[in-house]
Write a new protein. Structure first.
Length: 406
């Protein structure tokens, strides 16, 4: 068990008040900022004077006051020196990898990752001569075997999308550092619950679209790391975030700032509900997978990695065998039981369900899906917290019976 408490760290970080003493921070909506003394402008471009070094803000693709408040809060929550916000999770991941790798370099990645990230690694980056070997995230030795002299990065999701196969972050960090590599971890499924940087990861990336924002109304991403790496990403002349330009709108940053204070509460409730539903499904003999069940293959590993009090997360899967059966169950759950919504994404207050193989993992070829243990009938359920839990348990029991799953 880790002693780090992300919720407490968030409470302790310097709070930003709004203009006129507002309890909410102000939204600073300006594309560019005035320099009073013209001599300061060249110094900003030389990296000598940012708002943190007695200078001033320059241009909102680089540094925006509202976005900067969110970045400070995220760094505190993650236990990293710095953070940076982007317009999407994908841009956070792409900019991070393009900052760490150049043509000729190699990545060793978990094969159990979001379909978009898989496509980035397997299809797009090779066009830039950056290649990837995919390995089982639960097999740390497999990562080591795949390392070559050209390897620069080990990449994994903490709890993998969609099968929930989990990586041993501390072991991967030790491995990466022994070989002089960087460990990049996508922690989208488990914010607050697991703190990869505290376990040794060098860079933690997020799709804030999911649990962190929690309202299903915007797309956003984040990179949390040490000051040196964030400064490299933001370098005015060479930084990948500066050059590729995935800038988050300050209004979106403000919305997330206002939702971060209840992220801990939300994560605990997602976990409480998912645990109860998983236990009920297991009692019924349904093919459920959930990290909080004692028979989950890596239950002990997850238990050792989680921060106290947040439970085992809001994601569970039900392997319905075939896509048709998964679709039948989803239709019953949505249209008859009103249990949740058939939609991609996760971390929303309502339950969201999708059949991963034919949706968010459809970029991955069927034989590779089979290799990573992704069945065509795998139903991914992102458990929400609307409605009474007792009523939800009745609904899901009725639905799995009606779909012939038990
Ligand atoms: N990482 C994971 C684990 C995801 O599930 C997703 C999207 O589903 C992403 C990254 C990409 O995030 P975004 O849609 O915010 O670009």
């Amino acid at each position: 068990m880790q002693s780090f408490d992300p919720e407490q760290a968030l409470v302790e970080v310097r709070r930003e008040f709004g203009e006129h003493g507002g309890v909410a921070p102000s939204i600073s909506r300006s594309a560019t900022f005035t320099v009073i003394d013209p001599a300061v402008m060249p110094e900003i471009f030389q990296g000598l004077r940012g708002p943190d070094k007695g200078g001033c803000f320059l241009y909102s693709r680089h540094f925006n006051p509202t976005v900067d408040v969110l970045a400070r809060y995220l760094a505190a929550m993650e236990g990293t020196e710095f953070a940076l916000c982007t317009a999407s999770g994908m841009s956070a991941i792409a900019c991070t990898l393009l900052q760490l790798c150049k043509g000729g370099d190699h990545i060793v990645s978990s094969d159990t990752i979001y379909g978009g990230t898989h496509a980035l690694l397997e299809d797009l980056l090779p066009e830039m001569d950056i290649t990837t070997t995919f390995v089982d995230p639960a097999d740390t030795a497999g990562f080591e075997e795949a390392i070559t002299p050209a390897t620069r990065v080990l990449y994994t999701e903490t709890v993998g999308n969609p099968t929930l196969k989990t990586a041993d972050i501390a072991a991967l960090a030790r491995l990466a550092h022994r070989h002089g590599l960087k460990l990049v971890v996508d922690n989208t499924f488990t914010p607050m619950m697991i703190s990869p940087a505290r376990l040794g990861a060098d860079v933690v990336v997020y799709s804030m679209t999911k649990f962190i924002n929690g309202a299903g109304d915007l797309i956003a991403g984040a990179v949390c790391a040490d000051r040196e790496f964030i400064y490299r990403l933001m370098d005015l002349h060479t930084g990948r975030v500066m050059l590729l330009g995935p800038t988050i709108d300050p209004r979106s940053a403000f919305d997330i700032i206002q939702r971060l204070p209840h992220l801990g509460m939300r994560m605990r409730e997602h976990s409480r509900r998912a645990q109860a539903i998983a236990e009920r499904l297991a009692e019924l003999g349904a093919p459920v997978t959930y990290p909080g069940l004692p028979d989950f293959a890596q239950h002990q590993l997850v238990t050792a990695m989680i921060n106290r009090g947040y439970g085992y997360g809001g994601m569970l899967t039900l392997d319905c065998g075939t896509r048709e059966r998964a679709e039948k169950l989803m239709a019953i759950l949505q249209n008859e039981e009103r249990f949740g919504l058939i939609a991609v994404s996760l971390g929303y207050f309502d339950t969201l369900m999708s059949c991963s193989g034919s949706s968010t993992s459809s970029e991955i070829a069927p034989e590779k899906q089979a290799e990573m243990g992704l069945s065509p009938g795998l139903l991914r359920i992102a458990v929400g917290y609307t409605g009474r839990l007792e009523a939800r348990l009745v609904q899901i029991e009725r639905a799995v019976r009606a779909a012939g799953l038990v």
